[in-house]
Design a protein around this ligand. Structure first.
Ligand SMILES: [Zn+2]
Length: 505
């Protein structure tokens, strides 16, 4: 990447030289702020570190977002880059864990936070599931920095947990929550606590425990907005939740709701101090949307992540030689790809624009309809599909309008949708379970997953899995010592490089 920038700089110099006919004076006129910034930050020790993790985000999720925002017109095809894809240093990290080439967030989070390979499902413990590696966050806390952990999903979910907890199973949600205050970290923000009173709801409320250990818990928007560097230890909990206590999907976020960018910005307010800080910020629902094969929701999450990264870029503008920003993924989810068997070389990502809500928000809508009318028919549901996803039944009067043609269901798609509806109407434990339904629906509601498959496929997006895959992830780096994140390496090296640049032992 750096070599490419240098080559561009040289060619600009050559062009100016040719125009002016005078090499020495013209060189001074050539300015490239990106190169200047990159040179001045080489080898610098970052005082402020931002680590953004797009859960389930690999190059495909990133490029799908660039394609969606780009120009989809034939002959004018262009992507619109994201702020972080323009970072000067780019690396590629492998993600396998001790037990699988298709790893999970617990093991990959541990690799990134602590530099070790462990079993899928294990958080903050070595492969023996007993001994604890010291995480980058623990090292930096000991060195006097303030530490912040932010996530759109529940705060005791695997990725955030990998930066403050040590448990043999990611499902030990209550134990993870109990370790949150023990970390003594300065700021937790975003999602709520999953199972705050334990699996059997018989434990002391985790919020009370956290409060008793000296944390301020702010769960109203106005209280969160008031927090600043004098607030001491803080947990800012999303006032609005969606599935399992997470922040709502970006696509489902209402005007005025706090966003991931707000939690990063608030983190900066709270953590700013003379010794610096480390802020890990996870966009966790890229992964959830990709598990469900819902491309539009995943893309909107990546856009939400970009807005959060912008807060760090703005901060870096004020502290250019002392800030390091990393943006990476922990693994890929869904086996997402750009290109689908039935659409060949064609894509039409603008079709996705018709989707108004996430698959989970649609499931909630349908559930309410079913409650009101247990014998609801496919014909009664189809208008809801049209309204929220833009898909039009072949017999619909709107199907004949030229502009609607891309959204009209083929008879093959219409049949698939009807079959899915029939399955969806059965009680969950009475649904057909075989190899075919495992491929068609995974563990998702047959109707909503079929809707997103159809709209995604029409756009030219394919999926191979409802789980994680073994694709490597990019690492984008900006600022102090960002150059050491160039090249090809393993996810454990992200930790090792951070230890190196932050000069901690
Ligand atoms: Zn993950």
């Amino acid at each position: 990447m750096k070599r490419k920038i240098l080559a561009i700089l040289l060619s600009v110099t050559a062009a100016v030289t040719m125009l002016t006919g005078c090499g020495t004076s013209s060189k001074k006129e050539v300015k490239n702020t990106e190169v200047t910034a990159s040179k001045s930050t080489e080898g610098k020790t970052p005082k402020y570190v931002f680590l953004f993790i797009g859960d389930g985000m690999s190059s495909v999720q990133i490029n799908a977002t660039q394609v969606y925002r780009g120009n989809n017109t034939s002959g004018q095809i262009a992507t619109k880059p994201l702020n972080f894809t323009g970072f000067p240093a780019v690396g590629l990290a492998t993600t396998f864990d001790a037990t699988s080439f298709c790893p999970d967030s617990a093991s990959t989070g541990t690799s990134i936070s602590s530099g070790v390979k462990t079993h899928s499902g294990v958080i903050g413990l070595n492969v023996d599931k007993t001994t604890k590696p010291e995480s980058i966050t623990e090292k930096l806390k000991a060195a006097g920095k303030k530490i912040g952990i932010v996530s759109t999903v529940t705060i005791n979910h695997a990725t955030p947990a990998a930066f403050y907890a040590h448990v043999p199973s990611r499902n030990d949600y209550y134990d993870i929550a109990m370790q949150l205050p023990e970390s003594n970290f300065d700021y937790f923000g975003g999602g709520s606590i999953y199972k705050a009173t334990g699996d059997k709801k018989d434990k002391q409320d985790a919020y009370e425990v956290i409060k008793s250990k000296g944390y301020t818990i702010a769960n109203k928007k106005e209280d969160i907005q008031k927090l600043d560097s004098s607030s001491n230890k803080v947990y800012a909990v999303t006032p609005v939740t969606e599935d399992s206590g997470s922040m709502p999907y970006t696509i489902d976020t209402k005007d005025g709701d706090l966003t991931l960018a707000d939690y990063v910005s608030k983190g900066i307010d709270i953590l700013d101090n003379d010794k610096g800080f480390f802020l890990m910020c996870e966009s966790g629902k890229i992964d959830w949307a990709c598990h469900a094969n819902d491309a539009m929701s995943a893309i909107k999450e990546v856009i939400g992540l970009e807005s959060a990264v912008q807060k760090a870029i703005d901060f870096a503008g004020k502290h250019p030689d002392e800030t390091l920003i990393l943006v990476t993924g922990d693994h890929e989810t869904g086996g997402m790809t750009i290109g689908y068997a039935a659409t060949g070389y064609n894509t039409a990502f603008n079709i996705l624009d018709k989707q108004k809500i996430s698959y989970i928000a649609f499931d909630t809508l349908i559930s309410k309809k079913k409650e009101a009318n247990p014998n609801i028919s496919f014909e009664e549901v189809m208008p809801m599909i049209k309204e929220n996803f833009g898909l039009i039944a072949p017999g619909d009067a709107d199907a004949n309008v030229e502009a609607n043609k891309p959204y009209v269901l083929t008879s093959y798609e219409y049949q698939k949708l009807q079959n899915a509806f029939a399955e969806s109407m059965k009680k969950a434990d009475q649904r057909t379970k075989n190899e075919e339904t495992a491929v068609l629906y995974g563990e998702y509601d047959p109707l909503s997953v079929t809707i997103t498959h159809i709209i995604n496929n029409k756009a030219g997006i394919g999926w191979t899995s409802y789980s994680h895959t073994g694709t490597p992830v990019p690492v984008y780096a900006y600022g102090a010592s960002s150059e050491i994140f160039e090249g090809s390496y393993d996810n454990t090296d992200i930790f090792k490089k951070l230890v190196d640049v932050c000069k901690v032992k």
